[in-house]
Design a binder for this molecule. Structure first.
Ligand SMILES: O=C(O)c1ccccc1NCC(=O)[C@H](O)[C@H](O)COP(=O)(O)O
Length: 259
């Protein structure tokens, strides 16, 4: 079994446990009167510059523990102060040491649109995301059939969430575009081998219709990387590890953005 398969096995176990603690109906009732979500897409589409989705990421399967001194709210506040357009919060616990509680705490402290970054395979996780304060949910083409992608994208929209739909393998592009999502993520990291190559976003940009906003994900480290991807047509980058390793996250975020 590759890492992605292992993550999906654990994700399904987590969903079963969570459902036993709080039913889908309870979550539906909890989100019924929430205010509308913030506009994640609009925040990324703004201006001519490449926008930043800055990720709150404590650990990962490829890197192990990334940051010992981990305070999700402090980190997200640094991102906001430094000019990030949106925040991504890893909520998977077994492989990333993430939590929906981090997302909830970040929502209370920061005004930017927030992405729930997890391995979403069930509508229940969309309800959890909305209840915790997310504005957008990640869907991964490698984890879902074409029908499941469409269904989850639709179900997200019904509860006011946008989706960022990510792919690595070019063979999934048609299924991603068929959902109608305006936000297409190109992961530069092969989630089965962890090999990361920024040129993957560059190549994929040339085959993605211009009415979709392309997000370049993973392996972005420098302002030169951001400019390089921007020239290829990438409108936003999703960056975690390289920022999370810095002593001064606010300064590092400004440098990444060339500010
Ligand atoms: O980061 C991993 O090791 C990983 C392993 C398996 C599935 C997903 C994984 N990462 C999720 C991501 O796509 C990244 O968190 C995100 O794109 C940011 O990447 P980076 O800037 O390289 O931390």
């Amino acid at each position: 079994m590759n890492v992605l398969d292992k993550i999906l096995v654990e994700t399904r176990k987590t969903i079963a446990v969570d459902k036993a603690l709080r039913s889908e109906a309870e979550l539906e009732a909890a989100i019924a009167d929430l205010p509308p979500c913030r506009d994640f897409h609009a925040a990324l589409a703004a201006g001519d510059a490449v926008q930043l989705i800055a990720e709150v990421k404590r650990a990962s399967p490829s890197a192990g523990l990334i940051r010992e001194d981990f305070d999700a709210v402090k980190i997200a506040s640094c991102y906001e102060q430094a000019g990030a357009a949106c925040i991504s919060v890893l909520t998977d616990a077994p492989f990333f040491q993430g939590s929906l509680d981090y997302l909830r705490a970040v929502r209370a402290a920061v005004n930017l649109p927030i992405l729930r970054k997890d391995f979403i395979v069930d509508r229940y996780q969309l309800l959890q995301a909305r209840e915790a304060g997310a504005d957008c949910a990640l869907l991964i083409a490698e984890c879902l059939s074409a029908n499941e992608l469409c269904e989850l994208h639709q179900q997200a929209a019904e509860i006011g969430l946008q989706t960022l739909i990510e792919l690595f393998e070019p063979q999934y592009l048609d299924a991603v575009l068929a959902t109608g999502t305006p936000l297409v993520g190109i992961n530069n990291r092969d989630l089965k081998t962890f090999h990361t190559d920024l040129e993957h976003s560059v190549r994929m940009c040339s085959v993605i219709p211009r009415d979709r906003l392309v997000v370049g994900e993973s392996g972005v480290r420098t302002h030169a990387d951001v400019l390089h991807l921007g020239k290829a047509g990438v409108k936003a980058v999703l960056v975690g590890e390289s920022l999370m390793r810095q002593d001064d996250i606010e300064v590092a975020t400004r440098q990444l953005l060339g500010k």
